[in-house]
Structures are given as structure tokens and as C-alpha cells.
Design a protein around this ligand. Sequence first.
Ligand SMILES: [Zn+2]
Length: 278
Amino acid sequence: MRHLSTLTFVILLAAPLWSWGDKGHRVVSTLALRSLPAEPRTWFAGREAEVCDHASDPDHWKQDRKEGPRHFLDMEPYGDPARLPRTLEEAQARVGGEYYRLGVVPWIIQDRWRDLVDAFRSGDPARVAFATAILGHYIGDAHVPLHTTTNHDGQLTGQKGIHSRWESSLVERYLVAADLTVLPAQPDQAFLERPWDWLVAAHALVPQLLADEQGADRTTPLGNRGKLRGQAYWMIFWAKQGPVVKQQLQLAGQHLGDAILNAWIAAGRPTLAAKPPN
Ligand SMILES: [Zn+2]
């Protein structure tokens, strides 16, 4: 028993602060593929599992020290959310050398989207599936409110650990994927500008998210004691934030759908070549 709790503790410590967790990223991929119109959807026939299986890959690329900041954007150092930098050059001009450390997720989404356009042009459905999985990861992360703030783990408000409690633990405990709505993908000529809109919208959810957890902690007898939280805490936190979790996953799914549809359009609406008969 002692062994087991030590192991659990190690796993908790090792949990990345980078994402929805495997279940959340799978849900985003699944919603996105279902959001597509018939033609681009044919590219994924028989490859849905492949997309889901690789949707968390970027969270395992820790050996690359530049990987972490690709998953978030700390918005406060840039001041007014309406005035976020639109290029890396502008980010550097505004905050100097620490711009990369503050996060680069909108630019990574742009880069990985271009990879997906190239994949469609290549005609290789396996490449399309992989590029979709990776792009979907970063789009998913851009919809997590705590990926948009300097207070990313509640460390500034006495709520350390809230990051994984919100984006992983609530999802693992309570989310029923079948309860989510598929929102249809939309053509959008200005798609590459959208990540900033998603980040601003997610950032606006931060104060209530923090307040709801403070409320859950006040109401439960265990209170705010490190990692130990009782069932009542989880139920109250989910009652308050469950609708937000679901909304953000649905939007991430729709926006990955938008990304795929618009990449396919940008690639010239390619049709998947029929396999030659064996
Ligand atoms: Zn991530």
C-alpha cells in the first residue's frame, strides 16, 4: 500500500501542466472529425483512431526544451487582451527577450496549420491524419483558460495545482463525451487570425474559474490542503465549471474542424485518390 501511494505521488508530480489530458484531446479530435462536411471527411475514413492516438503527442516532447511554451500564451504581460501581438517580431518588440517564455501557441497553430495544408497537397492520408492530430493538440490547449494566464497553476492566488484539477481531473472524473454537441465546421478565409479570438475568449473565463474553485474549497471540510480534496469539492467544482469545460471542448472541436476544412480548401479541395486494386 505504501508502495502504491508513493507511486501515485510520483505520477501526480510528473503530470504535465500542458494540456487537457489524453481524454480531453481525444474528445476534441473526435468532435472535429464529426464536424466536417462529407468531402474532407473522406480523408479520415478508417483513420479516426490514428488522429485520437496522436492527439497528446506534443505533451510527450519534453526533451525539446522549446516545446513547453508552444502550449500556452501568458497574456497579462502584453496588457490589454485586445492588443495582443500578432507576430513574433511584435511580441519581441513589446516584451523583449522573454517573449518565447511567455508562450507562442497562436503562432504554433499557424505553423501546424500550414503543415496540414501541405499534407493535403501531398495526397497522403496518413500524413493528413498525423498533421491533424498535432494541430488539434495546440488548438485544444488554446481553449484552456489557464493556458492564457501568468497565474497558470493558481500559484498567485493560493490555488496551486488548479491547472490539472480543471483541465484533467474534472474531465477524467465527470465528462461524458456523448453529452457534447458537434458544431459544424465553417469555411473562413481569415482562419489564421482566429487563434487570437479563442485565446481572448478563454482568458475572460479565468476569474470565474478561480472564484469557483475558491468557493468549492470553502464549502468542503478538507479545504485547501495540498492535493487532498474530497468528493464534495469535486462535485461543487464540476457543478460550477462543468458547463465551461464542456463549452471549451466543444469549441475546440469545432475550431479544429474549421482548421481542417480551411486547410483542405487552401490545398485546392483535393479528392483522395482511390487505392489501386490489389
Ligand atoms: Zn499541451
